[in-house]
Ligand binder design. Structure first.
Ligand code: HEM
Length: 337
């Protein structure tokens, strides 16, 4: 049977004529060919291609979460796509090693010819940051996930004093930690005081978790991003992730942390590479270079609140049991009607 589509030629399909003639070393143009400039160009182009693919995936996840209510079936698709992003990011981190086969001296052969060009100007990188929600200047994945968490129907747990039981379990856990610190034979008085102060901070953090006005204040101050309701929903999803209906949401939240962590790792890896390549010189884009790049590692986290959730996790054995009716709503059951 004849195929309905005309035959396709490899090079044409992939646009190779354009792709493979898009490397134009400045050192060649200026008559002082530097061997390593080809690698420098190709590496950047490969990154830009991966950025394109990452955006393709992220945009599709954003589209799924834009819906008024997110179809549960779409969470599986979002998980699969974020998983792909995370694996691409691993590749992007490893790829720095290829660039590091160029020595700083080799780089100097052509670096001066590149000013003021810099990765700083990568429009796709900035779009990735905007799409994830590094800054809050448009509805980003961060905003959409926050709204989705706030809509979690199980948050109310009607008629069930969940948070009172949870608080009691955490109180017990913190009291136990205090006893351990106070009785620990190898602490000096200073170490003990430090540990107790740390424990107090955890306590305050926990109080803020259960007290909306305190949480809001911390949010205004910038030490929390996610709304109170969304934070509680994310915590519930973590605690009861073994309930079938919460399992995919749990994997989704974990992948958001994976993607955020890998982006921070990429920033750090890039900053280390820059340090060995140009020391503490300023960047071609005009920033302080290594120092500027290191400062972006922590402050550009998007889902830091999800990382922090681990502070409030309690062992499964201490977890308040869900009443039968709620557990049934969270499990898979097939009514015989
Ligand atoms: C020899 C190799 C490299 C050096 C020395 C270098 C240096 C720098 C420096 C100094 C900055 C800070 C801005 C500035 O003042 O220019 C920067 C930013 C940046 N570079 Fe590189 N870079 C290199 C390779 C790469 C590669 C392969 C990529 C991949 C696309 C990349 C992507 C970026 C991005 C996205 C930024 C902006 C980061 C931000 O503002 O958070 N760089 N780079």
């Amino acid at each position: 049977m004849e195929k309905p589509y005309p035959p396709v030629e490899y090079a044409q399909y992939l646009g190779l004529a354009q792709l493979l003639t898009s490397q134009h070393p400045k050192s060649v143009e200026y008559g002082r060919p530097a061997h390593d400039e080809m690698l420098f160009i190709v590496i950047h182009q490969v990154y830009e291609l991966w950025f394109k693919q990452v955006l393709h995936e992220l945009d599709s996840v954003v589209a799924l979460f834009r819906a008024e209510s997110v179809d549960e079936r779409n969470i599986g698709t979002a998980v699969a796509r974020l998983q792909r992003v995370a694996i691409i990011q691993e590749l992007m981190i490893d790829q720095m090693g290829v660039l590091e086969t160029m020595t700083p001296l080799d780089f100097l052969d052509f670096r001066d010819m590149l000013t003021p060009a810099s990765g700083f100007q990568s429009a796709q990188f900035r779009t990735i940051e905007r799409t994830l929600g590094v800054k809050r200047d448009q509805p980003s994945l961060f905003d959409l996930v926050e709204k989705w968490l706030e809509r979690t129907p199980f948050l109310e747990l009607p008629g069930y004093q969940f948070w009172a039981s949870y608080r009691a379990a955490v109180d017990e856990m913190l009291a136990d930690d205090r006893r351990t610190i106070e009785a620990h034979p190898s602490f000096t008085p200073e170490e003990r005081a430090l540990q107790l102060a740390e424990l107090d901070r955890t306590r305050q953090s926990f109080d803020a978790l259960l007290d909306e006005p305190t949480h809001e204040r911390l949010r205004q101050e910038g030490s929390r991003r996610l709304s109170h309701r969304a934070t509680l929903a994310a915590l519930l999803i973590h605690l009861y992730r073994d309930q079938p209906i919460l399992h995919l949401p749990f994997r989704f939240l974990t992948l958001l942390v994976d993607v955020d962590e890998r982006l921070a790792t990429w920033r750090y890896r890039h900053a280390l590479m820059v340090h060995r390549m140009i020391g503490t010189k300023i960047g071609t884009g005009g920033s302080s270079g290594h120092h500027y790049l290191m400062s972006t590692v922590e402050r550009s986290k998007v889902f830091g609140d999800l990382f922090n959730l681990s502070t409030f996790l309690i062992p499964r054995s201490a977890l308040p049991e869900l009443p039968e009716a709620i557990a049934r709503r969270l499990g898979f059951h097939f009514p015989r009607e």
